[in-house]
Ligand binder design. Structure first.
Ligand code: UDX
Ligand code: ADP
Length: 470
């Protein structure tokens, strides 16, 4: 029986190993973590990662061939295949601060593998979380320095994860592709085959893509960078659409109908958020920079610069529309998660917009169906803002009561079907709606009496000529 151990029971390690255990009943899968509370949560009825369908998968496999444990050394020592899925946050200080990944957790995991290994027993070590290019090489060096002398043999593979938050289980059960990168040696190819055999339990063979190590690592960063680049591209077009009176959603539909371009990821909005896209674009730019490729680095940095521009542009629209000042005015904020369907507000554009409005001394009243008050307060904490400037409402109607303006910042379905007549009745005049996600029916809202701004759509006559958006 093959034994698998995954170091790191986080957003990536937990769900991906749970689905692996589900689909491979003859493989024993242990997920280990240094954080005891995290392991306890995985062993409880309240899992630390909320994903549709995940509870059912864990319930079915836990105690059968899936376990969660804080005994890292023992499970690593027992395993034939060790996945490494620890966090690689962007460095906050030191060399490459703000751009490079912090590999401290990664290195400590590599050392754990090296020290837990026994002579004569070979192991396949698999990079799972997104890492900078050439991390596998560094991993090999650490393992060789520790284990080589003792006779333990290691093969390092790269097998990056591509699932999106909110659809993790669906994406894992039915991935577009599984990528396995490995060294072009007999032992490397054998290791890659062993991992391919694991996935072949549920993934069609033609969806398993083999590359060398470095190509696999760079593919993961490139995939996220291209997604981010599409969002920034359509957002840049949204600014032009507003200037010339075109409609960005029509443009996206017309352009996306070309099979070569494709229609996905062309929704203009208030910018991309979440823990992955910006981090990976900046890592890619940093890798270019480290190799003296200044122009290539600058190209990718522009993707992030346009994202910042789009968030700033939205805030400037709000302030300029409301007669150049939001000081002391109540602004309702609908949606705080970085995208619909998740309770996650990491790097959420909504937080940046709130901080921008708070900086101009607005009072914001936030409602999100999934993100909790504590999280909202933490993410909106701005240096000059006072705590009483932020209210967290129980529903959209409460958030909008007495407000001068209302911003839609996450595309939650429930915002499409709100009673906007009731909202209008409770708001101050003129009542403004600023829709960053193309959620509201602009025509209907204008009929009710709202002044409406919707990103990338022809401007409300009220807003034309105002010096916003530049
Ligand atoms: C992303 C990748 O999609 C996934 O493959 C990878 O493994 C992890 O990173 P995720 O972070 O869950 O997944 O978010 P994603 O669905 O990609 O959305 C990222 C951001 O882009 C969100 O803020 C979303 O609102 C925004 N977005 C997306 C747009 O603004 N417009 C679009 O058309 C699509
Ligand atoms: P990701 O989104 O990449 O899964 P998370 O932060 O959600 O990242 O999870 C990473 C997990 O890895 C955390 O629970 C952390 O405690 C764990 N971790 C970090 N370093 C080690 C290590 N050396 N050994 C075991 N677990 C680790």
């Amino acid at each position: 029986m093959v034994k698998i151990c995954c170091i790191g029971a986080g957003y990536v390690g937990g769900p991906s190993m749970a689905v692996m255990a589900l689909k491979c009943p003859s493989i024993e899968v242990a997920v280990v973590d240094v954080s005891r509370p995290r392991i306890d949560a995985w062993n409880s009825d309240r899992l630390p990662v909320l994903e549709p369908g995940l509870d059912a998968v864990v319930r079915e496999c836990r105690g059968r061939n899936l376990s969660f444990s804080a005994d890292v050394d023992r499970h690593v020592a027992d395993a034939d295949i060790v996945f490494v899925s620890v966090n690689t946050p962007t460095k906050a200080r030191g060399l490459g601060a703000g751009r490079a990944a912090d590999l401290a957790y990664w290195e400590s995991a590599a050392r754990v593998v090296a020290e837990a290994s026994r002579p004569g027993r070979s192991k396949i070590v698999v990079e799972k979380s997104a890492v900078p290019v050439r991390t596998a090489e560094a991993m090999e060096r650490i393992l060789l320095a520790h284990g080589g002398g003792g006779g333990a043999a290691f093969q390092v593979l790269s097998n990056p994860e591509f699932f999106a938050e909110g659809t993790a289980v669906r994406d894992l059960l039915c991935p577009d592709r599984v990528l396995i990168g490995g060294p072009d040696t007999d032992a490397g190819r054998a290791a890659a085959r062993a991992l391919r055999d694991v996935y072949a339990n549920w993934v069609p063979e033609d969806r398993i893509v083999a590359t060398d190590l470095c190509s696999a690592e760079i593919s993961k960063l490139t995939a996220n960078a291209l997604l981010a680049q599409r969002v920034s591209s359509v957002n840049a077009i949204s600014a032009l659409c507003e200037a010339i009176g075109a409609d960005v959603s029509d443009v996206a539909r017309a352009v996306g109908g070309d099979g070569r371009v494709g229609g996905a990821f062309l929704n203009a909005g208030v910018g991309f958020g979440g823990p992955n896209l910006q981090k990976d674009v900046l890592q890619l730019a940093y890798a270019c920079e480290c190799h003296g490729l200044a122009e290539a680095a600058e190209y990718w940095r522009q993707v992030v610069a346009v994202n910042e521009y789009q968030k700033g542009r939205f805030v400037r629209r709000v302030v300029a529309s409301m007669f150049g000042t939001v000081a002391g005015k109540k602004v309702a904020v609908l949606g705080f998660a970085f995208k619909e369907g998740v309770a996650d507000s990491r790097e959420s554009p909504a937080a940046d917009v709130c901080r921008g409005l708070l900086g101009d001394r607005a009072h914001v009243s936030v409602y999100d169906p999934a993100v909790g008050e504590k999280q909202i307060r933490r993410d909106t904490a701005a240096p000059a803002a006072k705590e009483r400037q932020v209210r967290v409402a129980r529903d959209a109607y409460e958030a909008a009561e007495g407000a001068h303006g209302l911003c839609v910042l996450t595309e939650w379905d429930e915002f499409r079907t709100l009673d906007y007549r009731r909202i209008f009745d409770g708001m101050r005049r003129p009542a403004f709606v600023f829709d960053s996600r193309g959620v509201v029916d602009v025509g209907k809202l204008r009929e009710i009496g709202f002044v409406v701004y919707s990103v990338g759509k022809p401007l409300d006559p009220w807003l034309k000529g105002l010096p916003a958006g530049a």
